[in-house]
Design a binder for this molecule. Sequence first.
Ligand SMILES: [Zn+2]
Ligand SMILES: [Zn+2]
Length: 341
Amino acid sequence: MNPDTRLEFPIDEVPKNGTMYSINDEIHWVRMPLPMSLNHINLWLIGSKNDATLVDTGMFLDDVKSAWTDLISKEKINIKKLIVTHMHPDHIGLAGWFVKKFNVPLCMSRTDYLQCKVLAADTGEYVPHEAINFYKQAGLSESQIKNYIERFGFFGSIIHKLPDAYNRIKDGDVILIDDDEWECIEGRGHTMEHICLLSRAKKILISGDQILPKITSHVGVFPTEPNANPLEDWLESCKKLIEVVPRDVLVLPAHGRPFLGAHKRLNTIIKHHEESLDKLEEFLSEPKRSVDVFSVLFRREIDDSNRLMATGESIAHLNCLIERGLVKKNITDETAYYERV
Ligand SMILES: [Zn+2]
Ligand SMILES: [Zn+2]
């Protein structure tokens, strides 16, 4: 690896799933399991653990709930405030449970709160024909679409019912936690309104999924907004974070280990996507479907477990090239073909 892009990982200790490691008296690192190849999420308790603000919750799954129950009693954790960085189930899954258990408000961005409510309401509902057309146009086969229909509504099943009211946090807000100021910084592209928390005094950034040290965050298009351009939002957000976040913060990410080198990582992510866009544009000298471009964008194998994610990410790159005026889309026989202009 180019030494200029190398990150530093200053904390040797990594808590096992279901346990907590105190980085210092005021920052406690909790890890909870995820039932996927990405097998963990990091959650953060700020302040004294007996009077803490919790950032993100883990998924609404029995083993996560019982791990939390054990940890809360073992470490005598009390929670006075809950902040959720964004609406993905690994982050928000147990929010409703915590709100009930500790009688605390849920603080999160407005767009992600509302989006989460809409998506959770799909559970048990019919599959809209717009969604089926979206994946048909992308080039998924009959059996792959059947697979999608069978799994439709899964999102709501891994989220505890959300509270019916919440406290809005937004870009530029300053949250006081035990007299320390934490700035809210909005990022877009991974979700519509993801919130990172920055303490300039402590030189700490709780980054959620907005900056991850090893993996690239999912940036995808979904059937509800087929012409969205989340990748340009994502690239703009990465550039904004370089401007706003000091170079020397310790980044506490939701997945992976705490690291130094926020700007290096953001620059690497921008470069990675720009290179992918260049390769993709090059590849589209002949008309291709979304599913035909996987090999250009992904090194990992695409199978039933990740095909929908890969399709959404491919369309995100294709839509970005369309918006930049470099690629055009034609629909023939219910299938979308993309070609360089
Ligand atoms: Zn996420
Ligand atoms: Zn995540």
